[in-house]
Design a protein around this ligand. Structure first.
Ligand code: CA
Length: 238
């Protein structure tokens, strides 16, 4: 996907609340995207089969089939498992966000949001897909984040072709950041995403972050993992 193709990407909006749907639709059209809207996941499935969009904006709470249920279906189907999806979730519902990310959402946006933030998220996800498709050369499951490359199927992580030696948890943790650069994750979210809500202390996250940073020391990804005071951690690509 070229820069121009990203600018004119086709976005499918799945949102049952008409005023929000209209707002998102205006924002996307204003940014130059081609827009299609529906109020149900059932119709969205048909649209995807008939004319696949470049990205789906998917509300979490929908009648009939919920956003997250449909997302699980999309990901179970080889034809649609690589369709980029951004979830729209309600404020304060951290568990919805985690469920969405676990079901395979590429990112989430919390309602109410600034249209500018939404557009930036869409562009970031589309750019990431473009980089991945350029890098993978036919193989799936490669995530690129600045100088860091991670292969989800072989569990290999490299910085500029130098392999990192990571434990399974460290790999999973680093992958969360690599998939969504600039996105801030709270310790609570990381515990849910990486440790599946097991009964572990938030300090476990800090300990693993410390180990990851040690691994990255002296590499080009030395400053990749950043602490965001009072909020958590993020990956920042310079
Ligand atoms: Ca809704």
């Amino acid at each position: 996907m070229s820069d121009n193709e990203i600018k004119s990407a086709r976005i499918l909006i799945v949102e049952d609340e008409a005023p929000i749907r209209t707002l998102i639709s205006f924002a996307c059209a204003g940014a130059g995207f081609e827009v299609e809207c529906t109020d149900s996941a059932v119709t969205a499935q048909r649209i995807v089969e008939e004319n696949r969009p470049d990205l789906v904006l998917l509300d979490y709470m929908l009648p009939e089939l919920s956003g997250v249920e449909w997302l699980e279906k999309l990901h179970a189907d080889p034809k649609t498992k690589d369709l980029p999806v951004i979830m729209l979730t309600a404020r304060g519902s951290e568990s919805d966000r985690v469920k969405g990310l676990n079901a395979g959402a590429d990112d989430y946006v919390v309602k109410p949001f600034m249209p500018r933030e939404l557009i930036a998220r869409i562009q970031a996800v589309l750019r990431r897909y473009r980089i991945q498709s350029q890098n993978r050369g036919g193989t799936d499951d490669v995530v690129v984040c600045g100088p860091l490359t991670m292969n989800e199927s072989s569990f290999e992580a490299k910085v500029d072709d130098v392999p990192l030696s990571l434990s399974a948890k460290e790999f999973k943790l680093l992958l969360v950041f690599a998939k969504n650069p600039e996105r801030v994750y709270s310790r609570e979210m990381l515990l849910q995403l990486v440790w599946d809500n097991a009964n572990v202390d938030e300090r476990t996250v800090d300990v693993h972050m410390l180990r990851l940073r040690k691994q990255l020391q002296g590499t080009k990804a030395e400053n990749l993992l950043q602490t965001v005071r009072g909020l958590g951690y993020r990956a920042h690509v310079e």
